[in-house]
Write a protein that binds this ligand. Structure first.
Ligand SMILES: *Cc1c(COP(=O)(O)O)cnc(C)c1O
Length: 462
């Protein structure tokens, strides 16, 4: 299996190389040259399998020769062995025909653990084999950072630096990054918003002298291995509700478009997904785009679902690549226009996007009202991100087709917003109950490429 860049001008890589590099050298994102198919029979055979067995069967064809069957199975087992629920991704029913897929039973209480725990194992296996060391730099709107630190802390061949927007993450999110004690992980509180963090990260990757000097590796949601690991729970949950014999719909709380893009891959592999619904908060650039208004930045407004406060939705580039007939030059052009504020989507591309995706948005008030209403109706306490999705899913549900809404974080990660909406302050699970007592370690840093580069280089030299 080979991987190519969405901008058409970077080396073609295998799975392992694409995973270790993250962003392509032409600024694009790696995608597989073709999407392996699962037949009706292959999907039917997933029925009754464990999460780990499902993961192996779904991911195997994408991994190619990079990892042996044994190595891949070992990585999967170690990745999900640390989860706090035997089903890994359990489903609960909210109302007739509407199901909530709980993706927050990993070590840092958000769905990012599904990808990050696995990628930690895959990196370790690959780097040991190759005798190499890498520096991982990541940008986070809150949940990726802690998931990455949790997955890579204490590993021999990896240093991790995480940029998060100073003052724009919840206290639990911040403490999960600043209270990690291992010396190989570093939290950097940067001035600016998440898009600024992501922009400086891309700058570092595009500075080849720095990139090669520190052997930079990326684990942001642009990393193909992360997207791939998220494809698994679409199969796992759909099969539990009767696929491939029955169609299912999904609604996904969306920011950087990684999670919903994994759903798109599942659909292209052959999973009978009817609707793929993009749910946004008040930062609704994707919703506006899917309604035919082009992709135009309007400024990020901080919300109670901070992990979705994003305007430069990185993984959208991957689906645009398909929508534009895999024309790397066309993608480079629209991405250059985006740097100046936005772009109009071509008619052909728009048609493809609207065939695959539908969308909706939830305001702050609607999000809070949904937390309260869902608690009253079903005794489920939602995190604000999941509430955005539940609200949109309720608008899009169709009679006779199950709707699966992805619950992306545990409510205890956002206790202030949840308490404000519902009157209930969700307690942290036992394995984290001492989080507020731990001491913090963090460096406040300017939104400036040179400052960041020298900080990282100097920290590595210590
Ligand atoms: C990251 C995140 C999202 C958005 O996922 P994307 O893959 O970036 O679209 C939604 N909810 C939570 C809790 C998250 O951490």
């Amino acid at each position: 299996m080979k991987y190519i860049s969405t901008r058409g001008a970077a080396p073609v890589l295998d799975f392992e190389e694409a995973m270790l590099s993250g962003l392509a050298r032409d600024g694009g994102l790696y995608v597989p040259t073709n999407v392996p198919q699962m037949s009706h029979g292959d999907i039917a055979a997933l029925s009754g399998l464990s999460y780990e067995e499902t993961a192996f069967r779904v991911m195997r064809p994408f991994v190619g020769k990079s990892f042996s069957d044994d190595a891949l199975q070992g990585c999967i087992a170690r990745a999900y062995g640390g989860f706090y629920h035997a089903a890994r991704a359990p489903m609960v029913q909210l109302e007739s025909g509407h199901f909530l897929l709980e993706l927050f039973h990993g070590p840092t209480l958000a769905f990012k653990d599904f990808a990050m725990q696995l990628i930690g194992q895959l990196f370790q296996d690959a780097l040991r084999r190759r005798g190499e060391r890498v520096t991982i730099v990541g940008a986070t709107s809150g949940d990726t950072g802690s998931a990455a630190m949790e997955a890579f802390r204490g590993l021999d061949n990896v240093d991790v630096f995480i940029l998060y927007p100073h003052g724009r993450v919840s206290e639990v999110q911040r403490r999960q990054m600043t209270c990690v004690t291992e010396a190989n992980v570093h939290a950097l509180a940067m001035d600016g918003d998440f898009d600024d963090c992501q922009a400086r990260l891309k700058d570092m990757f595009n500075d080849f002298k720095f990139r090669d000097g520190v052997r930079l590796a990326g684990v942001n949601s642009i990393n193909w291995a992360r997207v791939l690991s998220q494809v698994v729970y679409y199969f796992y949950s759909a099969v539990a509700l009767g696929a491939p014999h029955r169609e299912v719909d999904f609604t996904v709380p969306t920011g950087n478009f990684g999670d919903i893009f994994a759903g798109y891959i599942a659909k292209r592999m052959g999973l009978p997904i009817g609707q793929l619904v993009v749910a946004t908060n008040q930062n609704d650039i994707l919703h506006r785009c899917l309604q035919g208004q082009g992709y135009h930045k309007a400024g990020v407004k901080p919300s109670i679902s901070p992990s979705m406060d994003i305007e430069v939705s990185s993984n959208f580039e991957r689906v645009l690549f398909d929508a534009y007939g895999r024309d790397g030059a066309a993608i480079k052009q629209v991405m250059d226009e985006l740097q100046k504020g936005g772009f109009a989507v071509s008619q052909g591309a728009m048609q493809m996007l609207q065939e695959v995706f539908t969308s909706g948005r939830a305001s702050e008030e609607e999000t809070k009202a949904t937390i309260q209403a869902t608690l009253n109706a079903s005794k489920e306490l939602l995190c604000p991100h999941s509430a955005v999705a539940v609200k949109v899913a309720q608008e899009k549900r169709r009679a006779g087709t199950p709707m699966i809404t992805l619950a992306t974080a545990h409510p205890a990660k956002f206790p202030d917003a949840v308490e404000q909406a519902s009157g209930i302050r969700p307690p942290l699970p036992p394995h984290m109950s001492d989080l507020y007592d731990r001491s913090e370690r963090v460096t406040r840093i300017a939104n400036d490429l040179e400052t960041l580069k020298s900080h990282i280089t100097e920290s590595l030299a210590l």
